[in-house]
Ligand binder design. Structure first.
Ligand code: ZN
Length: 185
């Protein structure tokens, strides 16, 4: 859980360290704003997608379910700068499906933490396997990292792509091909 008071003090200290006058008008409320902002941006800490994913319902049919272009925003733990992009999630149900918004919720729970993209991708895949228990899962994340665009190598527009497969998707190549086809790649 976030200690807002501590974040406020730290933000003021950071501004001071940056050579700023924390008393000047534009900055006076900044530590408070920063504390509120982090509470929102990192609101997924301590949350679990379990309750969302366990609201599954029985379904006939045995085809792949794909939800693509789920927009997400996260914060990189190395620089505290945002990275954001799209998640594409496919799963092969084993008699149970969830409402489509639950997949987006699952991404949200893990994106709203200090993250690295690789871990975010794996956590979404593992949560689906654990709580929805499908035959398999495929999770693809494409994101732009502000720590790549604004600093260091300064390469805006670069997309980082991460992929995790679980269950039948890691075993059967035909299924992976179907995933790419459904994504239109
Ligand atoms: Zn970074």
């Amino acid at each position: 859980m976030i200690d807002k008071e501590k974040v406020e003090r730290a933000a003021a200290l950071l501004l001071e360290g940056l050579g700023e006058d924390v008393g000047r008008e534009g900055l006076r409320e900044t530590p408070k704003r920063i504390a509120r902002m982090y509470e929102e941006l990192l609101g997924g800490m301590g949350q679990s997608p379990q309750e969302h994913l366990e609201k599954a319902f029985e379904a006939q049919g045995n085809g792949i379910v794909l939800e693509k272009d789920i927009v997400f925003h996260s914060v990189c733990e190395h620089h505290l700068l945002p990275f954001f992009g799209k998640a594409h999630i496919a799963y092969l149900p084993d008699g149970k499906v969830v409402g489509l918004s639950k997949l987006a919720r699952t991404v949200e729970v893990y994106a709203r933490r200090l993250q690295i993209q690789e871990r975010l991708t794996a956590q979404v895949a593992d949560a689906l396997m654990a709580y929805l228990q499908p035959k398999g899962v495929m999770v693809l994340l494409e994101a732009e990292h502000m720590c790549m665009a604004m600093r260091g190598v300064k390469k805006p527009g670069t997309q980082t792509v991460t992929l995790e497969s679980r269950g039948v998707f890691s075993e059967a190549e035909g299924l992976q091909e179907s995933f790419w086809r459904m994504l239109g790649r």
